[in-house]
Design a binder for this molecule. Sequence first.
Ligand code: ADP
Ligand code: MG
Length: 161
Amino acid sequence: MPHPEAHADFVTDSPEHTQQFGIRLGQLIRPGDVICLSGELGAGKTTLATGIGLGWGAAEPATSPTFVFVNEYSRADGERLYHVDAYRLRDSADADSIALPDLLDDSKGAIMIEWAERVRAVLPPEWLWIELQWEDDRTRRVRVSARGERHVELLAAAREA
Ligand code: ADP
Ligand code: MG
């Protein structure tokens, strides 16, 4: 069965604007959602992830997990949000070493993955893929692609909000 798809493009003109979009999206996230973040260093992936964590309701602000590879946030209702940075991972064997497949299987967990293209082989077929592109000091082009019914719905809801 084909996976339905949807796309959206927009421009953000400040880190605050990027974070605000993250907050809106984070408020809508449910267990099983997979948020892939890509773009060069400094594009704004962690800035966006921080907003997503805030909107989701993480008790502490999401910081870059560059050195630990994965941060885990939890909420009083028992749901979890994982924040993975795949920058230093080279292949899917490395992805196994941080138990990425287990994180993706957590029925109470959603996940956001920076540098998701590096672990493409272990990603499920459905996700929300957010690509950030540096335009100038304060401006970033954002391309959002949704694959699968749930993520298409998530994107539509985020646009409405
Ligand atoms: P990445 O995780 O992609 O390496 P970060 O989010 O850590 O990127 O860093 C992005 C940097 O760019 C931050 O210093 C942020 O303040 C700055 N910035 C400037 N404009 C924007 C914008 N519109 N959106 C996101 N970040 C921005
Ligand atoms: Mg980062």
